[in-house]
Design a binder for this molecule. Sequence first.
Ligand code: ATP
Ligand code: MG
Length: 423
Amino acid sequence: MNEGQTRVEQRYVLEQLLGRGGMGHVYLAHDEVLRRHVALKVIAPEWVDDRKFRDAFAREARALAALRHDHVVRIYDAVARPECTYLTMERVPGRLLSTLMEQHLAHGATLPPFRALTILQQIAGGLAAVHAAGIVHRDVKPENVIIEEGSGRPVLIDFGIASKYRVEEEPAGTPAYLAPEVIFGGPADPTADVYSLGCMAFELLTGRLPFEHENLPELYQAHLGHERPLVSSRRPELGSFDLVVQRAMARRAADRYTSALEFAAALGDAMERWSRGETLPEPARESSDALRILVIDDDDDFRKLAARAAQLALYQQKVLVSTARTGVEALAIARRTPPDVVILDYDMPGLDGIDTLSRLRAIPKGGDARVIVVSATVTDAVRWRFGILGVEDFFGKTEGFAGLVGRILEVMNRYGWARAETR
Ligand code: ATP
Ligand code: MG
């Protein structure tokens, strides 16, 4: 690669730096052969000098390339030559889970628990697939999860590919999430990833890391020690998750869940205990080729207005507009017929917009829905709260009927759903 040019091997045109880290730079690049955007990670020269590193890099990329999972970034290509070592992968537009979490913390809030738990379960599922391919991630943390714009799909990125070949005094990985055995340079196996995911679970649920020591030896001492904080010490209402998170973070690998799937299942059981009493009807599903719009608002006038705006915006195609007065009603409809587009009120009694969408995202096909959030005024708080659910489209109720028609059309066009002819 020639740094002076913005190309890698004639094939990839580098368009934008997405991030830089210990192993190299990640770019948004255009693949001129397949004519699509990719994320391209160029490995820094200091790593690629080592033959063993390159072999491990190629071997692990090959194993990952065979893997297909919704919550793991897809690997397209890997090249490991002394003068040019890089990896291309699916470009996931969106924001880092760490960034979204920081926005909540900056406003004195934590993630909606149901949403946090769904993300954890999905990432655990992805991690299990990674393990099944014979790879240990080695750096599970919110900074390595992208929440995809539009769908809210959490995607695991940044595998510690070949990082065991790093010749450093520091163990590979991020200290705040590091399993005790890895601190001493022991082999990282899948249970080490379960440990890191346990730390991440504690963080997503409470807004704080389990161990917050600034000083590295003290931090390692805490991981190696016998004490583990309980989720309920920070969030008394989340006591159902105490034992589950604690077991994932067990000091001895043998005391942890033996697999990421087992951890995910335990989280699921705890969620059931936690939300017992909240019963949602589960009617049979209907299928239809019409575009399904779901309007959710407790305000009768706006609900009707929004339903009419959707009809008008999409008059050229077959649409099915349903309306719901409450989040619970909306979820019952969404289970029967998963919506393509949701027009969602933020402020509702009972389940509010966040609670409703957190649950909707967790039901089958719930990630397919493109969502427009409506609110009396679209404040900054409305935007950052919905970021964790992949929402980027907002509408102020004062913007009027024509404005809403326009916004719906804009969203439909963006996602390629507006049709010139009737379907
Ligand atoms: P390392 O762990 O090797 O030191 P790193 O943490 O810098 O590297 P990544 O986490 O893979 O490497 O990527 C850095 C940044 O690039 C990410 O934080 C993210 O913003 C962006 N990025 C990485 N992969 C993708 C992708 N597939 N799609 C979109 N953005 C990505
Ligand atoms: Mg990273």
